[in-house]
Ligand binder design. Structure first.
Ligand code: 5GP
Ligand code: MN
Length: 338
């Protein structure tokens, strides 16, 4: 495997790219993938974004979001796009299993694969060319870096810039965490020069609550949040039955896991969320402030991983069991959480 190199790829060698990303795609996954698609199309190539499953409604306004193929809904089209591709770009994930099934098709393809990612400890064996920058705030920052090296960043389209800005904004909670490196703002300044409306992008993503979403938020904090005061930890649960009561969908709980961290002294927040598409699977989101290693906890106890302050995983069990297992995991870190 080659180390990171800015040759990027040779444009003469491919015509049809597939861009794929992780399961439960977030703003960075979708924004980065669409930015790449739009860029490659402007370069005269065909490019299709394929995602493992549905993405939140608050990202549907993104340019070309309506062209994204969703593997759980459009398997045949997605498979065909992967089969016909002569280049695969894997975006915003560090191991093939994060594609939750789509990786079988991706790995069966003989097309060369390029990784563009910012997660720790990338699997170094599944892409021929790697652009892995764990210090980056988002995969979109890695794309900005690549485009800057290619002298292309100041020539990108308004839509490409919108996708890249949205992606970085989402992965940093609107630049409220993991966003102290000055170079981020150099890139943003160059995106703004392309004419993007960052205030509108913020509104599109963060000011989109339905009545149900707001009421669910109130319910989760008032009724379902358990605070383990001795461990400076909060746990919030949500089952599909409860979700139905509030008539909310997948993306409607985005960001909820961050809220308990606003309580002074809280070090760890865990959200246990029954999977809408796979009832009986409990998805976990972990967030911490300071040194608490969410990624380590997720990989030791919850079949997951991620970043130090933001990680995730899953458990196949009832909500009660998940809650017990989360509490047991917290106890093993008691020393760090006192
Ligand atoms: P979220 O809580 O937003 O679903 O996930 C936060 C971060 O944790 C993601 O950006 C991703 O890096 C990581 N993550 C979430 N779920 C998993 C998982 O099942 N496996 C691994 N390895 N990482 C995950
Ligand atoms: Mn990301």
């Amino acid at each position: 495997m080659e180390a990171s190199t800015f040759q990027f790829f040779d444009f003469s060698t491919f015509n049809r790219a597939v861009i794929c990303t992780h399961v439960n795609p977030d703003g960075d996954a979708i924004g980065s993938s669409l930015a790449l698609k739009l860029y490659l199309e402007r370069m005269g190539k065909q490019a299709t974004v394929v995602v493992p499953n549905i993405f939140p409604d608050f990202l549907k306004w993104l340019p070309s979001a309506d062209t994204i193929l969703i593997y759980t809904k459009q398997a045949e089209l997605a498979k065909k796009a992967v089969e016909e591709a002569d280049l695969v770009i894997v975006c915003d994930l560090n191991q093939p299993s994060r594609m939750a099934g789509l990786e079988a098709d991706i790995m069966a393809s003989t097309a060369p694969r390029i990784l563009i990612d910012h997660h720790l400890d990338p699997d170094t064996n599944f892409c021929q060319e790697m652009h892995s920058e764990p210090q980056a705030c988002a995969a979109a920052e890695v794309i900005c870096h690549i485009l800057s090296e290619l002298d292309e960043l100041d020539n990108i389209s308004h839509d490409e810039a919108t996708c890249l800005y949205c992606a970085m904004m989402c992965d940093t909670g609107a630049f409220s965490f993991n966003s102290n490196r000055p170079v981020i703002y150099e890139y943003i300044s160059r995106l703004l020069a392309r004419g993007i409306d960052k205030d509108q992008i913020y509104r599109n993503v963060f000011w989109t609550a339905s009545e149900g979403r707001l009421r669910l938020q109130g319910y989760l904090l008032y009724v379902n949040m358990r605070v383990l005061h001795e461990r400076n930890t909060a746990i919030i649960t949500l089952t599909n039955d409860e979700r139905r009561r509030f008539k909310v969908k997948n993306g409607d709980t985005e960001g909820i896991v961050n809220i308990p961290l606003t309580m002074l002294g809280t070090r760890l927040s865990i959200f246990i969320n029954e999977d809408t598409e796979h009832p009986g699977i409990m998805k976990l989101s972990l967030r911490s402030v300071g040194d608490f290693p969410c990624d380590q906890m997720a990989s030791r106890f919850f079949n997951g991983g991620g970043h130090k302050n933001a990680s995730g995983g899953k458990l196949q069990c009832t909500m009660e069991e998940a809650l017990d297992r989360v509490k047991a995991a917290i106890e093993t870190y008691a020393d760090m959480l006192k």
